[in-house]
Design a binder for this molecule. Sequence first.
Ligand SMILES: NC(=O)C1=CN([C@@H]2O[C@H](COP(=O)(O)OP(=O)(O)OC[C@H]3O[C@@H](n4cnc5c(N)ncnc54)[C@H](OP(=O)(O)O)[C@@H]3O)[C@@H](O)[C@H]2O)C=CC1
Ligand SMILES: Nc1nc2c(ncn2[C@@H]2O[C@H](COP(=O)(O)O)[C@@H](O)[C@H]2O)c(=O)[nH]1
Length: 327
Amino acid sequence: MDNVFDYEDIQLIPAKCIVESRSECDTSVTLGGHTFKLPVVPANMQTIIDESLAVKLAENGYFYIMHRFNPETRIDFIKDMQGRGLIASISVGVKNEEYSFIEELAAANLVPDFMTIDIAHGHSNAVIRMIQHIKKHLPTSFVIAGNVGTPEAVRELENAGADATKVGIGPGKVCITKIKTGFGTGGWQLAALRWCAKAATKPIIADGGIRTHGDIAKSVRFGASMVMIGSLFAGHEESPGETIEIDGKTVKEYFGSASEFQKGERKNVEGKKMYVEHKGSVKDTLIEMQQDLQSSISYAGGNKLDAIRNVDYVIVKNSIFNGDKVY
Ligand SMILES: NC(=O)C1=CN([C@@H]2O[C@H](COP(=O)(O)OP(=O)(O)OC[C@H]3O[C@@H](n4cnc5c(N)ncnc54)[C@H](OP(=O)(O)O)[C@@H]3O)[C@@H](O)[C@H]2O)C=CC1
Ligand SMILES: Nc1nc2c(ncn2[C@@H]2O[C@H](COP(=O)(O)O)[C@@H](O)[C@H]2O)c(=O)[nH]1
């Protein structure tokens, strides 16, 4: 592959502004027939989202994907969300019991609006079979399948019936897949996204490696319809991770879904735990993300998110921070 780069190597090139105020810029996006305020979804991880945050996000017009690590609560969760008139968006795995879970949902006429197949190596027959199983029993659920890192994988999952694919193998902040296996899109996630997006005929969700709000705009430029983010959402008041004090500072835990902390054992561990400084309310972060993205749209010379998709860019290898910190 030529032209390999990541988020920190790219700057988007400004075009003539057409708005009087950034507040005119519309950051909304439509996925699966639903319109959301931002092209951003908190990662479906146990230290990032729980039921109460899912309700808050859905009530306020944001997309969410509930994690799959308390499988026995999923049926009540779907009933609760749909009973409140909110979207139900859950995750599933690929093990045998997940097949009967899908059949149970169909028998009870419980149809989640979104179902995400959440597997480390999504380019697999196991995921293809699960897409087909969901589409057979719950044909109107919008299926997001992943994770993958190649155009072949995107094509195969789309052909199997996936409505969207999720791109990102190993760029996550608490990911150690790249170190333990030598594989992945870590260090070139943005280029992998571009590579995959060229093959995609359906939406792509860029997953992992977002470190700044500007990276959201860069993801959109390189083909993402939506961006999944873990670390930037960790450490908030509403984040489910445990809160502790270290050296007088309040921090919250953020651990990988393939870490020993999630799995309860040290087998096939591909994730780690870190502590993130307490950041206040998720609501404030979402507002800041929206303002920053509105500004991105204005620099793109438009008033809608699509304007970002056509801007020019330059590759400035490893230099955008130039030694600076964001704050
Ligand atoms: N985005 C990313 O880069 C990554 C994300 N993760 C996250 O970690 C969590 C656990 O993922 P995962 O282990 O897939 O889920 P599971 O533990 O539910 O495993 C799902 C099934 O896939 C098998 N499996 C897992 N990895 C591989 C592989 N590399 N090759 C062949 N079979 C495999 C497992 O068997 P067995 O365990 O016996 O192999 C199991 O049968 C998920 O939430 C996932 O998103 C994990 C790593 C990378
Ligand atoms: N390799 C691993 N990747 C993981 C694990 N748990 C989650 N993830 C992925 O990371 C992103 C979030 O990335 P961030 O850079 O925004 O923090 C998440 O959506 C998963 O795809 C893991 O244990 N190992």
